[in-house]
Design a protein around this ligand. Structure first.
Ligand SMILES: [Zn+2]
Length: 193
């Protein structure tokens, strides 16, 4: 059981070694997913497991329960025995709990691939509402489902397009372009695969 205090992983210096940086990213994603989803309910997010047994990525997804603060967020892999708790998550930059009530339209469940899901998690220009959609994605048959209204999806597609336009790295830009195509297809057909 990995017990971590999120405050120790915020604002890490530039020269922090790779493993610490990857753990910080993993914990940040767990807190974002935990606070994007419902409280006090165990659910399986679309976040991949960080373990690589025998140099192959574990196929598990991260199941999360987020109680009311100050209780820690609990997480575990759906396949291997990787698990932990994160304390001190509330009011951190990764805390995506809603601050106000919003009026939602009809919500559609949209199936996307793991690749598209990963590209969405990398988006740099997301606002908290879009971040909540991305980190609220659930595991679904080797991919993910996004729960979005038509307006949400339009906004998300706008963010992907804007990020792709600003992206200097060609490989990343190609990933974003592919995600853009997938979301546009999803907007028309309900599935981005
Ligand atoms: Zn695992």
């Amino acid at each position: 059981m990995l017990v971590t205090d999120l405050h120790h992983f915020l604002d890490l210096p530039e020269d922090v070694p790779g493993p610490a940086r990857r753990l910080a990213a993993h914990l940040g994603n767990i807190v974002r997913a935990g606070t994007a989803g419902d409280a006090n309910t165990l659910w399986v997010s679309a976040l991949p497991c960080r373990r690589r047994p025998a140099h192959r990525q574990c196929s598990g997804r991260i199941a999360i329960v987020r109680p009311e603060p100050p209780a820690p967020i609990q997480w575990r892999c759906s396949v291997c025995d990787d698990e932990g708790i994160v304390t001190n998550w509330e009011d951190s930059p990764y805390d995506l709990r809603r601050r106000r009530l919003t009026v939602a339209g009809d919500v559609n469940e949209i199936a996307i691939s793991d690749k598209t899901a990963a590209a969405l998690r990398e988006l740099a220009l997301l606002d908290p509402d879009c971040e909540r959609l991305v980190f609220g994605m659930r595991a679904h048959r080797g991919g993910a489902t996004l729960s979005v209204t038509d307006d949400d999806l339009d906004e998300l597609i706008g963010f992907v397009a804007a990020d792709a336009n600003h992206e200097p790295n060609r490989r990343r830009q190609q990933r974003l372009d592919a995600a853009f195509e997938a979301l546009n297809t999803a907007a028309e057909t309900g599935s981005g695969w």
